[in-house]
Design a protein around this ligand. Structure first.
Ligand code: SAH
Length: 252
């Protein structure tokens, strides 16, 4: 079995934020597997086979990639951002755990990428400079009460929260319910960032107070970041602002 499987993070969008290791893995691949819009971000030469799919079939996609690699192909499974953050790397290992024992002999490499929360943080300043957590708001793979419980616990414990998958046409009300829950825990003046399509041509960043946070500011390409007590805004001379979270936390 001479096949290989790379699980490659493409970063948030801008090709300049793709690592040299990711480029090297992509240049070796005979087959690319991934959600069609991510595949569209990878330029390939002739003879490279593309296996595009839609968004909600991660496990099938992982099995297809493992099967191709076990037939001797060099396969790159593509994720946006980092492949280990709410993305394909876990799906690949779920498939390995429950699938063909021969897959355990494959050489599998996870190639990291810049996750959306890092790209967003870099754009606005340093909001992740203290303790923070990342939560996917999607209730496709976990029950909604679990999502809400984790959000409340994170806000109550003083973490900055990076909310991935905040909204989609199939999940239209969850972000509003999340803000409602957070308003019961955090001050209405807490800073909320809506960062959409960061590092891509359509990039748009809005900074509002939690009391004014409107789910309509988010779409599927948005990362929502909720500040903690130490998250501050510094007015810039040009009218904009830097957002950062202080490194020190006062004794309570
Ligand atoms: N593996 C990816 C996350 C996949 S989940 C990563 O590490 O970034 C998809 C979610 O990621 C989107 O709903 C959005 O919340 C966030 N996201 C991905 N790319 C983004 C970008 N360029 N700008 C803002 N948010 C982004």
């Amino acid at each position: 079995m001479s096949g290989r499987l790379f699980v490659v993070g493409l970063g948030p969008g801008d090709a300049a934020l793709r690592t040299a290791e990711a480029e090297a893995a992509l240049s070796q691949a005979t087959d690319l597997v991934g959600y069609a819009p991510y595949l569209a971000r990878v330029a390939t030469g002739p003879g490279i086979v593309r296996h595009g799919s839609d968004n909600r079939v991660e496990l099938d996609r992982a099995r297809l990639a493992l099967d191709l690699a076990s037939r001797g192909r060099v396969v790159a499974v593509i994720s946006g951002g980092d492949p280990g953050v709410f993305a394909m790397a876990s799906a690949v290992f779920e498939a390995v755990e429950h699938g063909d024992p021969a897959w355990r002999a494959l050489e599998i490499s996870i190639v990291p990428g810049i996750s959306a929360m890092m790209a967003v943080a870099a754009r606005v300043g340093a909001p992740l400079g203290g303790d923070f957590c990342a939560i996917s708001l999607s209730d496709n793979l976990k029950p909604w009460p679990v999502v809400l419980g984790r959000l409340r616990a994170a806000a109550g414990a003083g973490f900055v929260i990076a909310l991935y998958n905040p909204i989609s046409s199939a999940r239209p009300w969850q972000l509003g319910a999340a803000f409602e829950a957070l308003r019961g825990i955090l001050p209405a003046t807490s800073l909320v960032l809506f960062a959409t399509a960061v590092t891509r041509p359509e990039e748009r960043i809005r900074i509002v107070a939690l009391g004014d946070a409107d789910p309509a500011l988010a779409d599927m390409r948005t990362l929502v970041m909720i500040g903690c007590a130490g998250t501050r805004s510094i007015a810039r001379a040009d009218g904009g602002a830097w957002i950062y979270t202080a490194r020190s936390v006062p004794a309570s």
